[in-house]
Unconditional design. Structure first.
Length: 121
């Protein structure tokens, strides 16, 4: 009989052991959702021009409720597996399949360098 851990790929199993740490600015909106603050421009001149034109130097990337809870559970101490367990405990069926959804979310955050991974000691 297959268990849920048997269904995990090696990549997911390795990812579940990693400890993510936030690597960008973020804030919480009035409605409770979290959002990332990503620089609009990397070039100083473009940033200066945008500010002079009254544009924000930041792009806000908003999370849905599951993304918000996932983001807020990333603290540099919990492993991805621990975060998946907390998501399942707090959101139940709404987050199923939790491991698949969380690993995809973590991979996207990592690719965009919004998080980095710490070694688990």
């Amino acid at each position: 009989m297959k268990t849920s851990s048997d269904a995990l790929t090696d990549r997911q199993q390795n990812l579940l052991d990693l400890i993510p740490k936030k690597n960008c600015a973020w804030e919480r909106a009035d409605d409770g959702r979290s959002y990332l603050l990503v620089p609009r421009f990397k070039n100083r001149l473009m940033r200066w021009i945008a500010l002079r034109l009254g544009r924000s130097e930041w792009v806000k990337i908003f999370f849905d409720p599951i993304g918000t809870l996932s983001w807020e559970l990333i603290d540099g101490k919990r492993s991805v597996g621990d975060i998946a367990d907390r998501l399942e405990a707090e959101m139940g069926e709404a987050v199923q399949p939790a491991v698949d959804r969380l690993t995809e979310f973590i991979v996207i955050l990592s690719r965009n360098r919004f998080i980095v991974f710490e070694n688990r000691e």
